[in-house]
Design a protein. Structure first.
Lengths: 676, 573
C-alpha cells in the first residue's frame, strides 16, 4: 500500500494522477506543458493538485518525460567528443549505408551528433573473440584530449570495435582521460551495451553522452523542487524498455529513458491486464497527432532490443510501441491521383482541427467525427466548444473534389483513419504470430475511445476495454511501473549442456553488475531475477528472444526443455520449425522490484446524475444517421449495462458506442464493450 | 505486358487502364491499397527474420510482391528497388513453364530462375504461389525472387562467364510444393546443386513461408470486400498510380533527352563499353529507348530485358512516383524500347551473371538524360556501383565451407537540395551492409578500416558525398569475387559541379606487394593479406565558386577536404 503521484509530460499537456492508497481516491489534473523548464510545470501541477499533507505522505513520485527525447529532437545537449578505434571514426556517418526514405533520390543524412573533427582515432584493436589484435596506444587518447579541451568538449563517448567482447581498451582510455585531468562526463560503450553491432552501440553511446548533462540537471532540479514542496518519498522515472528506475540511476544511464513518455500507456495496459485478468491485449492510444499501439502478452508489453529516434539507433530494451501519423488532428486531403488521404500531416493542437475555431482551415479527423455527431455536443474538457459550421466548411472542398456528399466524405475520413490504424495493429500482431481477433482492444488517449468500435469492426475483435480517465490513462500507467534493471551480453554458442552451464556463469556476473548499479545508496527490498535468451537456428542471423523459467535467475531446466520453448515460440511466430542445431546469441538479465501493490482496479467514478439526452449521429454499423443516447460517464455505476448506440462523455475523452455494441461497467470503473 | 514485336525492336508497356473500376469507391480503394502494401510488408518481414543468408536478411537481395490474375503488380514491399516490377515476367513464365493456369492448384509453389524470364542471374530464384480463395477461385499470385547463396556455377559469384550455362542450375517452372506438400525429388535435386546446401535449404523454407503469408493475406483482403469490389478497387488503385506519374511528366517539357554512360568492360575482354539511353517525353508519357545499345557482349554484363524494363521503371518511379509504394499503374505512362540481341535485350545463351551492373548504369544514364531537361531534376552522379564483394572459403578448424556477399555504399551526388551523403546506390536503396562486428564474429577476417578519404568528393556549390576506404585483413586463406564497376569513369558533376574519385580496389599481400583489381572471379586472398575497396565519391552540383565560404571552411575543419583541394576548386581562401 503506497500513495503515489504520476506525472506524464507530453508535448502539449502535462498530465497528473494522484492516487491515495488509504481511500483509493484518485485525482486527475491536466496543465499546459512548459517547454522551457518542464520541471516547473510539473511541480506546479503537483502543488496545485495535491495539498501539503498529502504530498508529505506520498511514497512514490513516478515520472514520464520527453526531456531526453526533446534534447535529441532539438539537438540541445552536451558538446560531445568521440574516441573511436583507428580506422573507424566515420561509423556515425557511413552507418550501414541505408537511407530512411528509399524512394527519395534526394534524401540526405541528418548531421551526426558529433562532428567529424571531434571524432578522433585511437590505436588498438580487439578481435571478436576478445583477443588483442593491436595493442592500445595511450598517447592517442592524450592527443585527442588536447583537441577536445580546445574545442570545449564536456562529455566524451568512447566506443571501440568489439568492446562488447573485451572492454579492456575502453577502460584504459577512461583511466588515461581521468589521469590527464578530464573531469567531464565519460560514456563507455560497453557500459551502455554488451551486444555486438558497432554502429548501433556507438550511436547509443553518443546519445548517452549527449543527453547525460541535461538529463541529470533536469532530474536534480525536479527532485529538489519536489523536496522543497515537502515530498519525502522515492523519485522514479519510466524506462524505454518498461519498468522504472530511480532518478540517481537515470542520471547514470540516461539513454534508457529516451522513450519514457510513450511507454507509460503500454505499462498501464500491462498492469490492467494483470490486475483484472484481461488476458492478452492490444493497446490503441489515439492522441492529437499519432496513434500508438502495443501488444500486451502475459501481462507485459512486448519488448524489442533496439529502438530508433530521428534515424539514430539505440541499442537498449525498447517497448515495442508502433506509431503512425493518425490522430484527431490528422489532416484529410485529396491527393494528386484523386484518392482521399488522412494524415500523416497534422494540424496539431494549434491551430488544430477547423472546428476548434483557432484558424485551422484543413479538415481533420476530429472535424469528420464531430460532423457525424460522434463527439456529441462537442464540449471539450478545456471548455472549448467545437463549431459545427467550421467543420462543415473545411469538409466541403474535399466533398467537391471527390464528388461525394458531406456525410460520405466524413465517413470516408473515419474509415480511412480506422483502416490505417487497423493495418498497423495487424502488422504488429501478425509478425509475432498473434491473431488479433483473439485479443481485446484497450482504447485510451483523447481519441482512443472514439475509435474503439470502428477499430474492433475492422479487426473482427469482439471485446473492447475503456479504462476510466481514458484521456489520462498514460499517467495512470506510470503509477504501476515496477523498478527494473536490465543488461545483455552477446556470446555466441551452441545450445547444449556446456552452453547452458556457461549461460549460468555469465548470468551470475550480470546480476552482480546489476546490483552494482544501485551504487552506494543500496537497494532495499526484494528483487526478482528474470533471465532471457536470444536464440536462432545455426546459420540464421535474426534471433527470437525467449524468457527462460528458472530459479532466481539461474537456468535450471534442461537443454531439451530450452530447445522446446524455442521451438514452440518459433513455430508460433513463423509457422514452421527446423531440425538445425540451435545457437544462443545473447543472454539477457533483468531484475525487478515490484512497487507495493495498489488496491485492485481504478476506483469507480463519482456522481450519479442518471439523465441523458438524445442526439442524432452516424452509425457505422447501421450505415445511417440515427438517435444516440448521450450520457455522462460519471452517471454510470458498477454493474450498469448500456446498449449502443450511445455516446459517453467524460472530461478527458468521448466514447463512441456504435449500434449493436453493448457496454457494461466493471467494478474497476472500466467499460467492457462487446458485440451485442 | 504488351509486346509489339517486329524483327528487331520490342516495346514494353504495362497493360492500359480499363473502363471498370472508375466507379470504385475512393475510400475503399485507399483502404485496400493500404492493406495490400501491408500484406507485402508482412512477406518481407517473415523472409528477413527466418532466412539464413546475410544476402537476404541484411542485404535484402529479394523482391516480395503480390500480383493479380492478369499479373499486374498490386503491391511490392520495399527491398531492392532494382527488382521493382520484374516479377511479372517471372510469374508469367513460371506459370507457363509449369503447365499453364489450368494446371495450378491451391498450395502449389513454383520454382523458377531462367535468367531470360527473371531478368536476373540464376541465383535469383523465384517462388510463386497461385492464390485461391476457399471456393477455388484464382485471385492472384504471391511471389518472391530472392538471391540464393549458391546454386552451382563455375564459382559462387562470377565475373567472366562465357554463356549462361556456366552460371548455375536452372528451374524452368517446376513445382516445389504441390497442393501444399513439398515435392521431395525436386527439393533434393535443388540442394544437390549447391555448394552451401544448408544455407539454401534454410532460405528455401523461409521463402516458402513468406509467400504463403502473402497468399493468406491476399485471400483475407478479397474475402473482406468480395471479389467484384476487390477487382474494381484494384483498377482504381492502378489508375491512381498512373495519375501520379502522369502529373509529374505533364510538367516536363516534351523532348528527346539523351544520356550517356560507359561500362568499364564486359568481364572477359577489357574494352570499355560506351552506351546511351534516350528518354523521350510526350505529354504525360515517357519512352525509355535502348535501341542504340551495344551488341550483345561475350562476357556476363548482358541485361535480360526484364531487368532493363525494371531498371527503367525504378529510375522513373523514384523521380515521378510521389514517394509512394509502386503498383502496376505507376508503370503505365512508361514505355521501354529495346533492340533484340543487344546488351539490354540479350537472347539465350548470352552470359548475364552481372546483369545488375548494366541495369544500374542504365539508371544513372536515365538520370543523366533527365538532367538535360533541367539539372534540378536529379542529383549529380554517385559512385555508380555497389562495390560488392563475394567471399568464400573453408574454415581451418571445422573444414566447413563458408560464404558471404555484400554490397557497400558509395558517395552520392550533390543536388539542388544540398550536399550528397554516403549510402547504397539508388538501385539498392533499402539495403544495408552487415555490421562489421557481426562479420568478424562469423568470417575469418579483421576489418582494418572503414573511413572517409579526404578529397574523394566532387566539388560544387553543393559537394558530393564522400568516398571511403574499407579494408579486410584475412586471418585464414579465402577467395573473393570483387565486382567493381565504374573504375574508369569518374562520377560526373552537374550544373558546373566537379567530378569525384572513381572506384578502385587494391590487394596488399603479406610480403608487401600491392596489386590493383576491379572485377575478378575467385581471387585468392591469402592469410595476412589486406583487400581494400576504395569506394568512389559523389559528383558536385553547381559551380564550386558559389559554395559558401563558411561551408568550404567547415569542410576543411572537419577534414573532408585538404587545403590543396580547396585552393584548386574553391579558389583563394
Amino acid at each position: 500500500m503506497a500513495t503515489r503521484i504520476g506525472v506524464d509530460i507530453g508535448g502539449t499537456f502535462t498530465d497528473l494522477l494522484f492516487y491515495d492508497d488509504q481511500t483509493s481516491d484518485m485525482l486527475v489534473a491536466k496543465v499546459p506543458t512548459t517547454p522551457a523548464s518542464p520541471e516547473q510545470g510539473c511541480v506546479q501541477a503537483v502543488t496545485d493538485s495535491v495539498d501539503g499533507d498529502q504530498l508529505r505522505q506520498t511514497q512514490y513520485f513516478l515520472h514520464g518525460t520527453t526531456v531526453g527525447l526533446n534534447s535529441l529532437l532539438e539537438r540541445k545537449g552536451a558538446r560531445v567528443g568521440l574516441l573511436a578505434t583507428r580506422g573507424f571514426r566515420d561509423i556515425l556517418e557511413i552507418r550501414r549505408g541505408d537511407r530512411d526514405e528509399m524512394y527519395n533520390l534526394f534524401w540526405q543524412l541528418p548531421e551526426p551528433l558529433v562532428p567529424r573533427r571531434l571524432r578522433l582515432p585511437v590505436t588498438g584493436r580487439v578481435r571478436s573473440d576478445g583477443t588483442v589484435h593491436i595493442p592500445f596506444e595511450k598517447q592517442d587518447v592524450l592527443d585527442a584530449l588536447e583537441i577536445f579541451a580546445l574545442e570545449g568538449v564536456n562529455s566524451i563517448a568512447v566506443a571501440f570495435m568489439n568492446a562488447y567482447a573485451n572492454p579492456a581498451h575502453e577502460l584504459a582510455a577512461e583511466s588515461a582521460l581521468r589521469e590527464a585531468g578530464f573531469s567531464g562526463e565519460i560514456s563507455l560503450s560497453h557500459h551502455i551495451s554488451r551486444e555486438y553491432r558497432e554502429y548501433e552501440r556507438t550511436s547509443t553511446t553518443v546519445i548517452d553522452a549527449f543527453v547525460r548533462g541535461r538529463m541529470s540537471n533536469y532530474l536534480r532540479r525536479l527532485e529538489a523542487d519536489l523536496r522543497g514542496a515537502g515530498f519525502k518519498g522515492d523519485c522514479l522515472i519510466t524506462r524505454s524498455g518498461s519498468g522504472s528506475m530511480t532518478f540517481s540511476e537515470a542520471e547514470d544511464r540516461p539513454f534508457e529513458t529516451i522513450m519514457s513518455g510513450p511507454v507509460a500507456g503500454a505499462e498501464g495496459g500491462g498492469e490492467l491486464s494483470r490486475q483484472l485478468g484481461l488476458g492478452d491485449l492490444i493497446t490503441a492510444d489515439v492522441g492529437g497527432t499519432s496513434f500508438d499501439t502495443c501488444v500486451i502478452t502475459r501481462g507485459r508489453p512486448t519488448l524489442l532490443f533496439e529502438g530508433k529516434i530521428v534515424g539514430m539507433p539505440l541499442q537498449t530494451p525498447w517497448v515495442d510501441v508502433r506509431s503512425i501519423g493518425a490522430g484527431g488532428g490528422s489532416i484529410a486531403q485529396v491527393d494528386v491521383g484523386g484518392l482521399l488521404r488522412v494524415g500523416p500531416e497534422s494540424g496539431g493542437a494549434d491551430p488544430g482541427p477547423a472546428c476548434y475555431g483557432k484558424g485551422g482551415e484543413n479538415a481533420c479527423m476530429t472535424d469528420a467525427a464531430f460532423y457525424l455527431g460522434m463527439l456529441g455536443e462537442g464540449k471539450l474538457a478545456s471548455g472549448l466548444q467545437l463549431d459545427l459550421a467550421l467543420a462543415e466548411k473545411a469538409l466541403q472542398p474535399l466533398a467537391g473534389k471527390l464528388g461525394y456528399g458531406m456525410d460520405e466524405t466524413a465517413i470516408g475520413i473515419m474509415d480511412i483513419a480506422s483502416a490505417s490504424m487497423a493495418d498497423a495493429i495487424r502488422e504488429i500482431t501478425v509478425e509475432q504470430g498473434i491473431d488479433p481477433r483473439k485479443l481485446k482492444l484497450l482504447a485510451f488517449g483523447g481519441a482512443g475511445p472514439l475509435m474503439g468500435t470502428l477499430l474492433a469492426r475492422d479487426l473482427d475483435i469482439t471485446g473492447i476495454v475503456i479504462p476510466p480517465h481514458a484521456g489520462n490513462f498514460s499517467a495512470w500507467g506510470l503509477l504501476g511501473a515496477d523498478l527494473t534493471r536490465a543488461t545483455a551480453r552477446t556470446r555466441i554458442m551452441r545450445l547444449d549442456d556446456d552452453g547452458l552451464a556457461n549461460v549460468n556463469d555469465i548470468l551470475a556476473e550480470m546480476y552482480s553488475d546489476l546490483a552494482a548499479r544501485a551504487g552506494s545508496s543500496g537497494d532495499g527490498g526484494e528483487w526478482a531475477r528474470e533471465a532471457g535468451l536470444d536464440m536462432r537456428y545455426k546459420g540464421q542471423e535474426h534471433t527470437l528472444s525467449i524468457n527462460v523459467p528458472g530459479d532466481n535467475g539461474r537456468v535450471t531446466i534442461s537443454t531439451e526443455q530450452v530447445r522446446e520453448i524455442f521451438t514452440r515460440d518459433y513455430d508460433r511466430t513463423f509457422g514452421n520449425t527446423m531440425d538445425e542445431p540451435v545457437e544462443i546469441v545473447s543472454i539477457r538479465a533483468t531484475v525487478r522490484h515490484a512497487l507495493p501493490r495498489r488496491s485492485e482496479g481504478l476506483s469507480a467514478l463519482n456522481g450519479s446524475d442518471g439523465t441523458h439526452t438524445i442526439r442524432e449521429a452516424y452509425s457505422f454499423t447501421e450505415k445511417k444517421r440515427m438517435d444516440f443516447r448521450i450520457l455522462d460517464r460519471s452517471s454510470m455505476q458498477a454493474g450498469d449495462t448500456l446498449a449502443g448506440p450511445a455516446i459517453i462523455n467524460e472530461p478527458t475523452a468521448t466514447t463512441y458506442l456504435d449500434a449493436n455494441w453493448a457496454c457494461e461497467v466493471h467494478g474497476s470503473g472500466c467499460l467492457f464493450i462487446s458485440r451485442h | 505486358m504488351d509486346t509489339l514485336a517486329d524483327s528487331e525492336i520490342r516495346i514494353y508497356r504495362a497493360l492500359p487502364g480499363t473502363d471498370t473500376g472508375t466507379d470504385a469507391d475512393p475510400v475503399q480503394t485507399e483502404i485496400v491499397r493500404h492493406s495490400l502494401n501491408s500484406a507485402a510488408n508482412q512477406m518481407k518481414r517473415t523472409l528477413i527474420r527466418t532466412s539464413f543468408s546475410p544476402v537476404i536478411y541484411e542485404v535484402l537481395d529479394f523482391a516480395a510482391a503480390l500480383y493479380d490474375t492478369k499479373v499486374r503488380l498490386l503491391a511490392q514491399a520495399p527491398s531492392i528497388p532494382l527488382f521493382m516490377g520484374t516479377l511479372n515476367f517471372c510469374v508469367e513464365a513460371a506459370v507457363e513453364g509449369s503447365g499453364g493456369v489450368d494446371n495450378l492448384e491451391p498450395g502449389d509453389v513454383i520454382l523458377y530462375n531462367w535468367p531470360f524470364g527473371t531478368g536476373s542471374h540464376a541465383q535469383d530464384t523465384a517462388m510463386i504461389q497461385p492464390v485461391f480463395t476457399d471456393d477455388g477461385t484464382l485471385v492472384g499470385y504471391s511471389a518472391i525472387k530472392a538471391h540464393w547463396l549458391d546454386i552451382g556455377a563455375i564459382a559462387p559469384y562470377c565475373t567472366d562467364t562465357k554463356d549462361v550455362f556456366q552460371e548455375g542450375t536452372f528451374f524452368p517452372g517446376v513445382k516445389l510444393y504441390r497442393g501444399g506438400k513439398l515435392v521431395d525429388d525436386i527439393h533434393r535435386f535443388v540442394l544437390a546443386n549447391s555448394r552451401m546446401p544448408a544455407f539454401v535449404a534454410g532460405d528455401i523454407l523461409a521463402q516458402a513461408t513468406a509467400v504463403s503469408i502473402g497468399a493468406r493475406n491476399l485471400v483475407r483482403i478479397v474475402d473482406r470486400y468480395g471479389l467484384e469490389v476487390f477487382r474494381n478497387t484494384v483498377e482504381r488503385i492502378f489508375d491512381h498510380g498512373e495519375a501520379t506519374v502522369r502529373s509529374y511528366f505533364e510538367k516536363i517539357p516534351d523532348g528527346r533527352y539523351v544520356g550517356h554512360g560507359m561500362m568499364d568492360n564486359n568481364g572477359v575482354d577489357d574494352k570499355p563499353i560506351p552506351f546511351n539511353v534516350i528518354v523521350e517525353v510526350r505529354g504525360s508519357s515517357v519512352r525509355v529507348d535502348f535501341t542504340n545499345s551495344p551488341e550483345v557482349q561475350p562476357g556476363p554484363v548482358n541485361c535480360p530485358v526484364a531487368s532493363t524494363v525494371s531498371a527503367s521503371r525504378v529510375a522513373i518511379t523514384m523521380l515521378a512516383g510521389g514517394n509512394q509504394a509502386p503498383c502496376d499503374g505507376h508503370f503505365r505512362p512508361v514505355e521501354i524500347v529495346t533492340r533484340r540481341n543487344s546488351m539490354f535485350d540479350p537472347n539465350p545463351p548470352a552470359p548475364c551473371f552481372l546483369y545488375g551492373w548494366p541495369a544500374m548504369q542504365s539508371m544513372e544514364v536515365i538520370y543523366h538524360a533527365m538532367s538535360k531537361v533541367n539539372p534540378e531534376t536529379v542529383p549529380a552522379c554517385s559512385g555508380g556501383d555497389l562495390c560488392a564483394l563475394v567471399w568464400w572459403g573453408t574454415r581451418q578448424d571445422t573444414g566447413e565451407m563458408w560464404g558471404d556477399g555484400s554490397p557497400f555504399p558509395v558517395g552520392h551526388g550533390g543536388s539542388i537540395s544540398g550536399d550528397g551523403s554516403t549510402m547504397m546506390h539508388a538501385a539498392e536503396a533499402a539495403t544495408r551492409f552487415a555490421s562489421m562486428e557481426v562479420m568478424e564474429s562469423k568470417f575469418p577476417w579483421v576489418v582494418e578500416q572503414c573511413q572517409f578519404v579526404q578529397d574523394s568528393c566532387g566539388a560544387g556549390k553543393y559537394r558530393g558525398g564522400m568516398g571511403y576506404d574499407l579494408g579486410f585483413e584475412l586471418l585464414e586463406d579465402a577467395y573473393c569475387t570483387p565486382t567493381l564497376e565504374r573504375t574508369r569513369t569518374r562520377p560526373w558533376g552537374l550544373a558546373g559541379g566537379g567530378e569525384a574519385r572513381a572506384n578502385s580496389g587494391t590487394l596488399r599481400y603479406p610480403d608487401g606487394r600491392v596489386e590493383a583489381f576491379t572485377k575478378a572471379t575467385g581471387l585468392p586472398v591469402p592469410k595476412g593479406a589486406v583487400l581494400t575497396i576504395h569506394a568512389g565519391g559523389g559528383g558536385g552540383y553547381g559551380p564550386p565558386e558559389q559554395r559558401a565560404s563558411e561551408e568550404v571552411e567547415a569542410d576543411l575543419k572537419e577534414g573532408y577536404i585538404t587545403e590543396a583541394f580547396a585552393r584548386e576548386h574553391y579558389g583563394n581562401l
